[in-house]
Design a binder for this molecule. Structure first.
Ligand code: NAP
Length: 488
């Protein structure tokens, strides 16, 4: 068990390493990220069987996750080499300006300091030890203290060894990345509340992510906490689409609900449509598709028990009926694929039906009419994603729905399902509270780096004291103001 003294020592080491690492040039940090990616690929044959045993996830899924993890590390490396991410601004002096001269002012993003990252249970690679929070914090020039998720400790240790090797190979401080394995909420609290900690990255439950946020606000010096928490990712199914391709949508939706036993933050937990004969046919098709899906063991016992409890609670709510379920053995930790349904009025009267049931569960809400569907859209809280499945002919009638959902989601999808998060610069993976604690930032894609930097202005600095990025002849794609004219 890690004590307060241990946490003090760890954060002191991280802070000392930060004082060196923050001045390591971006190109060298890029080399570090590439060395970590190469190290993970080189160890994949050893890592995959361990991760399979610890998470119950199948090899193809984990191999895909390793590829994604290395890809995102390399995307940050490319970003560092290109360089414009620091948002350098150069305003040269205007000594003759009247009535007062204008000073030379330059600005760029600088790293915040040591970042505490909590590994996630459902992504042992892409959101854990070498996941996007760690990669983006290191890219920013921050040091990282990683609390490994207790569900996959051996995987986390093996990935941490890759970091040690990469740091040693490049002659960088070994404390740039520190790894802790110590389950217990107290340890998490101490890490978040340590004065040297300057930001936190988290993916997991609402209760966990909100607790970390609250710890940070109780500090003498509050710090940003980037928690990505629960989301039920509503999908609106509009009448034209229902009429023209019911069976195809049912198959696509069932596959999305049950993918990886529903253990994705983008799992579609809520499907909303207007009552009709076509909807009756569709719900039967969807129930059949979900019923045919084989269940599988969930990530760990705690998650399986939580799913079973939440599923039972959801199914016992007023007006909720079971439409279809797959086979499986809940006692053996399987997540039973489940489709339930409820009328729009009962849904609107019961906020419990908006809670995430983390696993292969989805609720079909049958609205009486368009007004009720729009009221449902208005009642839903912040989400990572919202999807609308529609034909061209639906838009004339449902344009306002698009406006409503755009207010509430980080990503709006037309004619697609929310699972499958592409790692690319245009991806926003975040959303208004309670999906995350800060709707302005993404935890996927190179913009994730923005969470761990702050702007710093340099006024009247002699050329030799300026960082490379702000030197007058820096060829990066930056904005400069020369003689009152902005130039790129
Ligand atoms: P979790 O309970 O949120 O835990 C994730 C990490 O946060 C763990 O390291 C945990 O500490 C720490 N933590 C949680 N609550 C804390 C608190 N109050 N104070 C300090 N640290 C705290 O997530 P989980 O273990 O992965 O799964 C639990 C449930 O979360 C699942 O059943 C599911 O409902 C939900 N979940 C949701 C998502 C999503 O993407 N929406 C993803 C994963 C899980 P310990 O090391 O002590 O456990």
């Amino acid at each position: 068990m890690v004590s307060q003294n241990d946490v003090d020592e760890i954060l002191n080491r991280s802070r000392n390493a930060f004082l060196i690492f923050k001045n390591v040039p971006g190109k060298k940090r890029a080399e570090l990220l590439r060395a970590i990616a190469a190290g993970i690929e080189g160890s994949a044959a050893k890592l995959l069987p361990v991760a399979m045993r610890e998470t119950n996830l199948p090899e193809p899924r984990l191999a895909g996750e390793v590829a994604r993890t290395c890809n995102q590390l390399r995307q940050f490396a490319d970003m560092l080499v290109e360089g414009s991410w620091v948002e350098a601004r150069i305003d040269t002096a205007l000594p003759d300006r009247q009535p007062v001269p204008k000073p030379d002012i330059r600005k760029m993003m600088v790293p915040l300091g040591p970042v505490v990252v909590f590994g996630a249970s459902n992504f042992p690679f892409a959101y854990s030890t070498a996941g996007v929070d760690t990669a983006s914090a290191l890219a920013a020039g921050c040091t990282v203290v990683l609390k490994g998720h207790p569900a996959h400790p051996e995987t986390s240790n093996a990935v941490a060894d890759v970091f040690s090797a990469a740091l040693a190979q490049l002659g960088l401080p070994s404390d740039t990345f520190l790894h802790i394995q110590s389950p217990g909420f107290d340890v998490g609290r101490m890490l978040v509340q340590h004065p040297h900690t300057k930001a936190v990255g988290f993916t997991g439950s609402f209760s966990g992510g909100k607790a970390l946020y609250d710890y940070a606000q109780q500090r003498k010096e509050p710090i940003p906490v980037f928690s990505e928490m629960g989301s039920i990712n509503p999908v609106y199914l509009l009448p034209g689409a229902l009429k023209s391709r019911s069976e195809q949508i049912a198959g696509q939706y069932a596959a999305s609900v049950t993918l990886s036993v529903g253990q994705f933050c983008t799992n579609p937990g809520l499907l909303i449509a207007i009552k009709s004969q076509e909807l009756d046919l569709f719900s039967a098709q969807l129930a059949t598709a979900i019923g045919k899906t084989a269940s599988a063991p969930m990530l760990h016992k705690g998650i399986a028990e939580n799913y079973s409890k939440k599923r039972t609670e959801a199914l016992s709510q007023k007006g909720v009926t079971l439409l279809g379920q797959g086979n499986g053995d809940a006692d053996a930790g399987h997540g039973i694929p489940t489709l339930a349904t409820v009328g729009g009025k009962d849904f609107l009267e019961n906020p419990l039906l908006l809670d995430e049931v983390f696993g292969p569960y989805s609720l079909l809400v049958q609205a009486a009419n368009q007004d009720e569907l729009e009221m449902i859209a208005g009642s839903v809280a912040g989400q990572l994603t919202t999807s609308i499945i529609a034909e061209q002919s639906d838009w004339g009638q449902f344009g306002s729905l698009l406006q409503t959902v755009s207010e509430k989601a980080g990503r709006v999808i037309i004619n697609g399902v929310p699972t499958g998060v592409e790692v690319c610069p245009s991806m926003h993976h975040g959303g208004p509270f309670p999906a995350t604690t800060d709707a302005r930032f993404s935890s996927v894609g190179i913009d994730a780096v923005k969470r761990f930097v702050r702007p710093l202005s340099f006024q009247n600095f002699p050329e030799q004291l300026l960082p490379e990025e702000l030197k007058t002849d820096n060829p990066l794609g930056i904005w400069r103001l020369f003689n009152n004219q902005w130039k790129r």
